[in-house]
Design a protein around this ligand. Sequence first.
Ligand code: PXP
Length: 250
Amino acid sequence: MTARLNVNIDHVATVRQARRAPEPSVIAAAMVCEQAGADGITVHLRGDRRHIQDLDVELLRKSVTTYLNLEMAATDEMLEIALAAKPDAVSLVAEKPNEITTEGGLDVKTNLSVVRSTVSSLLQAKILPSLFIDPDPQQIEAAREVGAQQVELCTAAYAEATLGARGIHGEGAAHAAHELRRLRDGAELATQYGLNVAAGHGLTYRNVGALAEIKLITEFNIGHNIIARAIFVGLENAVREMRAAIRSRK
Ligand code: PXP
């Protein structure tokens, strides 16, 4: 089965917030993504509200008919918003105030009690709890321990390595292959623990193919590269092209 593609539309909101203008509409963007074959829409409501706003989450919940995945930090403020909005899934992420983007996975191991209680509140509300973590066996074990139903493996290190992996030989390629193996091993371990496996961060039309061959990964969350491509070919085409890049796995 082909992995699902949730399109992260945060950066549609980034363009809007650059002018505090009504356009471009994230709701319109979500509708175009769904019509182009996205299996779901992902948004990250950050503590600093730099792109997605509270009202966006509310309106998206009313308009998205496929699947709505809300990324957020495990704070009381965010939990309250999630329980009111009732997305289909919540991905708990680590958030640092001055980071340009999410810098790595959530450290579940050292935050067991807060993550466990957030996961439990989400489960009670029938919202699928997913944890965005590095492909580290200890973090995967911790995700199982706190009762998560899904892990989203952070692909940032793999994506970074592929940028330096021009050609099929050399140090860059070996590094990318190493990161790919870590993700494959992580997907296997999480599956053994009965966890759903998603993946995302920094994925592009070029680097998603190798990852899509790991059949245990059932969901991709991809944003920046799709929105960047949309500037040149339109959002509908950009989503279709990413779907095709994922589908072309053997
Ligand atoms: N998954 C998670 C948990 C994220 O935080 C992000 C970025 O918001 C993504 C996926 C998408 O990353 P990108 O925009 O690099 O595709």
